[in-house]
Design a binder for this molecule. Structure first.
Ligand code: ARG
Length: 576
C-alpha cells in the first residue's frame, strides 16, 4: 500500500497553501482549504485555484493581488504555467513533459496512482439489509449496489472495511408467520421458492388475524414464546432465516456481492435492556404516555420512542444497541448506513442519541431516492416490490440480444458469459451513474445503450481497446511499447493524458462524498475522450515512436476503465 502518494489535486493544494503562507506570513492557517479543483474547460487550465476570492476579506486585499502572489510564486515541477484570470482565479496548466513522465510511472503501478488514505482505519458499512421472509424491494437493491460500490472504493483506498448485512430478522411479524406456517405451509413450495411461500403464508395469517381475535391472540403468544427462547419456535424462526438467506445469497452471488458479517437485528436482542438502562442512567429517556422516549427538542427533532407502551423494544432500540456494539467490537473510525430516503429521520435521531450516549464514532447515513420504474418495465412486479431475480434474468436476455448483434460469430457459450457481465453491469451502472439522491427513472434503452452513459458502452470501449492492442501486436510482433517514451504532442493526446492522471482524484472524491456516480462520470468522460483520441490521431499507421506512445495511452486507458468499473462492481469481459 502506497500511503505517501498524493493526487495531483493534493500536490497543487499543498503548494498553493505554502505559497500563500509565504506571501502573507501569519495570515494563512495551516489546514486552510485552498480550493484547487480540476477544470472542466481546458482553456482555463487543467486545475484552478479559487482561494483568492475567499481570502480577500481576511487579508483585506483585492483578490487579484492575492491571486498574483500565487501566480508569481515558484511553481512545482508539474505546473508549466500559472495565470490570473477573471476576478481572481489562478489557472494552472500542467507541464506535458511532466505529465508524460507521470503516465509512464502509472503504467507500472497496479494502483494507477491511487493513494491509500484509509491507512488501515476501520469503517463499518451497513448495507443491503433486507427483511427475512419478505422479498427484497427496490430500496434493498439500490442499497446493495450502492453499498457494495462504497465497500469496494473504501477497501481500495486502504480502509479496513467491515461489510455488515444487517438483516431484518426480528420483529412482530414472526408470531403471525409461525401461526401461518403451522397451518398453511406447503413444504414443496417452501423448498423451491421460500420467500414467496413465506409471504403467502404471512398474508393469509394476517388476514385471518383481522377476522379472528383468537388467531391474533395465538400469534401474540407464539411471538412471546419465540422471544423467550422456546426451542420449537426458535427452530422455525431459524428455518425462516436460513431459507430467506438462501434466496438472498443467490442474488448476492449473481451481483458479485459478499459480506464480512451477516448479523441480523436478532444478534443484538440481548443488549436491548442494556440500552434502556444506559439511557435512563444518563437521564436521556423519559416516560411519556406509557412509552419510554428520548426528547430531541434541542436537535429540533420529534421524540424517539425506545420502548413502546406494551414494553416492546423497536427499530430504534435495536439500532442503538447495534451502534454501541459495533463501536465496542471494532472501534471503527466511521459507520456508514445505506438505505432509502424514508429512513432519514430515523438515522438523524439514532445518531443524535448515540452521541449523547457517548458513541464518538463518525456516523453517516447515505440515503438515496427511490428509483422510478415506468409501467411495464419489469415483467413481474407488484407495486414497488419487483422480483429482483426476474429483473436480472431480463437484463441478461436483453444483453444477449445486444451481444449477438455485436458479435454474431462469437461461440454461444461465450456470448452467454458476456451477456451475464453486460446485463448485470447494465443494471448496476444504471443505478450507480446517478446521483443517489436524485430521482431516477430506469429504462432498458438507457441501461443497455451502446452509445450512451451505460455499462455496456464502457465495457465495449474496453473490449475495443483490447482488440486494437491485439492488432498492434499482430502487426508489430516482438515490439515493446514501453521501450519508447510517452509524448504528448497533439492536443487530444494531452486532453486524454489529463483525464488519465485524474483517476486517483475521481476515486478519492467518490469515496469521500459517498457518491459512486462521481467515479461513473469520470469513466464516461474518459471513454469519450479516448474515443475522440482514437478517431483523430493516426495510430497503427503512425510512425514508430508516436505509435508506441499512443499504444501506451491506449493500454493505460483500458487499465483505468477496468479498474474503475471493478470499483463499481462491474466486470469487463475481454471481448464483446
Ligand atoms: N431492514 C431495514 C429495512 O428493510 C434496513 C436496515 C438498515 N440498517 C440499519 N442498521 N437500520 O428497511
Amino acid at each position: 500500500m502506497q500511503n505517501d502518494v498524493l493526487t495531483i489535486e493534493q500536490v497543487l493544494s499543498d503548494w498553493a497553501r505554502g505559497a500563500f503562507q509565504a506571501a502573507f506570513p501569519d495570515s494563512i492557517p495551516d489546514g486552510l482549504s485552498v480550493g484547487v479543483v480540476p477544470t472542466a474547460d481546458e482553456r482555463f487550465g487543467d486545475y484552478q485555484c479559487n482561494a483568492a476570492m475567499s481570502l480577500a476579506k481576511a487579508l483585506k486585499k483585492p483578490p487579484r493581488e492575492i491571486a498574483s502572489a500565487l501566480a508569481a510564486a515558484a511553481r512545482p515541477e508539474a505546473v508549466a504555467k500559472a495565470e490570473v484570470a477573471g476576478p481572481g482565479f489562478v489557472n494552472l496548466f500542467l507541464d506535458p513533459a511532466w505529465m508524460a513522465g507521470r503516465l509512464e510511472q502509472l503504467g507500472d503501478d497496479p494502483r494507477l496512482g491511487v493513494p491509500g488514505p484509509g491507512r488501515g482505519r476501520t469503517v463499518v458499512i451497513d448495507y443491503s439489509s433486507p427483511n427475512v421472509a419478505k422479498p427484497m424491494h427496490i430500496g434493498h437493491i439500490r442499497s446493495t449496489v450502492i453499498g457494495n460500490a462504497l465497500d469496494r472504493l473504501h477497501r481500495f483506498l486502504g480502509w479496513r472495511v467491515i461489510a455488515d448485512n444487517h438483516l431484518g430478522d426480528w420483529g412482530t411479524q414472526f408470531g403471525l408467520l409461525i401461526m401461518g406456517f403451522r397451518h398453511f405451509a406447503d413444504p414443496a413450495a417452501y423448498e423451491t421458492a421460500p420467500i414467496e411461500e413465506l409471504e403467502r403464508i404471512y398474508v393469509k395469517s394476517y388476514e385471518r388475524s383481522k377476522e379472528d381475535p383468537a388467531w391474533l391472540d395465538a400469534a401474540r403468544a407464539e411471538l412471546v414464546k419465540l422471544q423467550q427462547g422456546d426451542p420449537e419456535n426458535r427452530r422455525l424462526w431459524q428455518s425462516f432465516v436460513e431459507h430467506s438467506l438462501r434466496e438472498f445469497n443467490r442474488i448476492y452471488e449473481r451481483l458479485g456481492v459478499s459480506f464480512d458479517l451477516v448479523r441480523g437485528e436478532s444478534h443484538y436482542n440481548d443488549r436491548l435492556p442494556g440500552v434502556i438502562e444506559r439511557l435512563e442512567e444518563k437521564a436521556l429517556a423519559r416516560e411519556s404516555e406509557g412509552a419510554l422516549v428520548v426528547f430531541l427538542d434541542d436537535e429540533k427533532m420529534p421524540v424517539c420512542i425506545v420502548r413502546k407502551s406494551d414494553g416492546a423494544y423497536n427499530y430504534a432500540t435495536t439500532d442503538l444497541a447495534t451502534v454501541a456494539a459495533r463501536a465496542e467490537e471494532f472501534a471503527p473510525d466511521a459507520v456508514i448506513y445505506v438505505t432509502d430516503e424514508r429512513q432519514q429521520l430515523h438515522f438523524r435521531q439514532i445518531f443524535a442519541i448515540a452521541k449523547k450516549m457517548g458513541v464518538a464514532t463518525r456516523l453517516v447515513h447515505v440515503w438515496f431516492g427511490l428509483m422510478r420504474l415506468p409501467e411495464g418495465t419489469f415483467s413481474t412486479r407488484q407495486g414497488n416490490v419487483i422480483k429482483l431475480e426476474r429483473l436480472l434474468d431480463e437484463a441478461q436476455t436483453r444483453a444477449l440480444a445486444v451481444v449477438k448483434a455485436a458479435s454474431p460469430e462469437m461461440p454461444a457459450e461465450q456470448q452467454g458469459a458476456v451477456a451475464r457481465a453486460v446485463g448485470i453491469g447494465a443494471v448496476k451502472y444504471a443505478d450507480l451513474s446517478q446521483n443517489p439522491q436524485s430521482l431516477v427513472t430506469f429504462t432498458w434503452e438507457k441501461a443497455l445503450a451502446l452509445d450512451g452513459n451505460s455499462a455496456p458502452y464502457l465495457q465495449y470501449a474496453c473490449a475495443r481497446i483490447a482488440s486494437v492492442l491485439d492488432k498492434y501486436r499482430e502487426r508489430f510482433p516482438g515490439q515493446d511499447p514501453a521501450a519508447h517514451p510517452i509524448r504528448l504532442t497533439e492536443p487530444i493526446e494531452r486532453r486524454l493524458a489529463v483525464r488519465l492522471l485524474r483517476f486517483p482524484e475521481a476515486v478519492v472524491h467518490a469515496a469521500e462524498a459517498f457518491k459512486p456516480n462521481l467515479l461513473a462520470d469520470y469513466l464516461y468522460d474518459l471513454a469519450q475522450t479516448y474515443s475522440t483520441f482514437y478517431q483523430n490521431v493516426p495510430f497503427l499507421k503512425a510512425e514508430a515512436g508516436p505509435r508506441e506512445s499512443r499504444v501506451r495511452l491506449c493500454e493505460l486507458t483500458m487499465k483505468t476503465l477496468r479498474q474503475g468499473l471493478s470499483l463499481l462492481g462491474i466486470e469487463t469481459p475481454e471481448r464483446i
